[in-house]
Write a protein that binds this ligand. Structure first.
Ligand SMILES: *[C@@H]1O[C@H](CO)[C@@H](O)[C@H](O)[C@H]1NC(C)=O
Ligand SMILES: *[C@@H]1O[C@H](CO)[C@@H](O)[C@H](O)[C@H]1NC(C)=O
Length: 351
């Protein structure tokens, strides 16, 4: 009897520890995650096709939720509860964009995405939203092609935005013909995910290759468009799109926990014209440092005519160096004992 009750006790402890783990994980999910569609049948059907409107935040986020859900079984061997799914990087980035006002219309043309307007609307005038489209539509259609979602290519389409329709693709066929490189890389990633012999590091390589190919496709279209943002925000946007090349080179681990930790250091709101990186009062020291670092890397990269990126990519082929830089980055953002003010002095000659 004693044995039974202590067994039950242990079991209860185990179950409640498990529940605590689950509930703390749900805190890490992106905004409105629970209410987003999680399967294709949650979307409406038009002309016999599932039709998703990616210009509404819950519907675009639902695409990620489907990807995360349908690939869960392949990541269980790395950690329970889908926590090690490296696709988390995409919805979490998108959630950060939403939360920080980056998906709203930066012009006065519409109320799209604004707090007093329709706040789940995603504006086609937002550079962040346009770039993200390529990191949502192409992985999604790549997964359809790779047979991960259990539907065929002609069963799903995305809705166009109210204007600038020519800058986007809306179905598997059109995306494949306009962006063959990115589509092939996403398809490959999803094929590799199914291989149980692959390590997380292997899969990260395929993921980041595909991610960069999506960005390349988007950059060629949106780089020369007016970003409509105040200068500090457009500098940050440019710096961020450049920094992603470096983050990809170190194969940054985009699992649920790592990504959440990292995103705490990203700017929690749009930058204003009088925000000066390193000295933004309502940002933490870590947020100021990351912002500064992103601008610094962008400057080094630009001044070297992108030679610095080639050099960095070559160095990062070594797993040992990748580990080192990943650790260094964590140190630098978290508990580096140089204040933003001191960093400014050190680099004052260069910046
Ligand atoms: C895919 O999109 C293209 C261009 O938007 C369109 O011409 C074509 O009919 C669409 N294909 C299907 C199967 O819906
Ligand atoms: C990058 O270089 C170009 C030309 O050399 C220059 O016009 C531009 O301002 C530079 N951008 C940054 C962020 O340094």
């Amino acid at each position: 009897m004693l044995l039974l009750s202590s067994l039950l006790c242990a079991l209860a402890g185990y179950v409640s520890a498990f529940l605590v783990e689950i509930s703390s994980l749900t805190d890490l999910y992106p905004p409105l995650w629970q209410g987003c569609p999680g399967q294709l049948s949650d979307y409406r059907v038009e002309d016999g096709m599932y039709t998703i409107n990616p210009w509404l935040y819950p519907e675009r986020m639902g695409i990620y939720k489907i990807l995360i859900t349908f690939t869960a079984e392949y990541f269980e061997r790395f950690a329970p509860n889908n926590e090690a799914n490296i696709l988390w990087g995409l919805p979490l980035q998108h959630g950060w964009q939403y939360e920080t006002g980056r998906l709203a219309d930066p012009t006065s043309e519409t109320e799209c995405g604004k707090e007093n307007g329709d706040d789940t609307c995603i504006s086609v005038n937002s550079w962040w939203a346009c770039m993200n489209y390529y990191l949502c539509a192409l992985p999604f259609f790549g997964a359809v092609e790779a047979g991960v979602l259990g539907i065929s290519s002609d069963q799903v389409k995305l809705s166009p935005p109210p204007k600038d329709q020519m800058y986007f693709c809306y179905n598997v066929t059109a995306c494949r013909s306009s962006f063959p490189d990115a589509m092939t890389k996403w398809n490959t990633f999803f094929q590799q995910v199914k291989e149980s012999s692959k390590s997380l590091d292997d899969l990260l390589k395929y993921l980041w290759d595909a991610h960069i190919a999506s960005l390349e496709a988007a950059r060629s279209i949106f780089d020369n468009r007016n970003l409509y943002f105040p200068k500090p925000e457009s500098d940050f946007a440019e710096g961020w799109s450049n920094a992603v090349d470096y983050i990809a080179a170190i194969r940054f681990e985009t699992t649920l926990k790592k990504m959440n930790k990292f995103q705490k250091y990203l700017p929690p709101r749009l930058l204003k014209s009088d925000d000066y990186p390193l000295f933004i009062k309502d940002f933490t020291d870590s947020q100021n440092r990351i912002l500064f670092l992103i601008n610094l890397i962008n400057k080094i990269d630009n001044d070297s005519g992108h030679k610095f990126l080639s050099l960095f990519r070559n160095l990062m082929k070594s797993e040992y160096l990748r580990k080192m830089v990943n650790e260094l980055m964590e140190q630098l953002t978290e508990n580096y004992n140089i204040s933003p003010q001191e960093l400014a002095i050190i680099f004052s000659e260069y910046i």
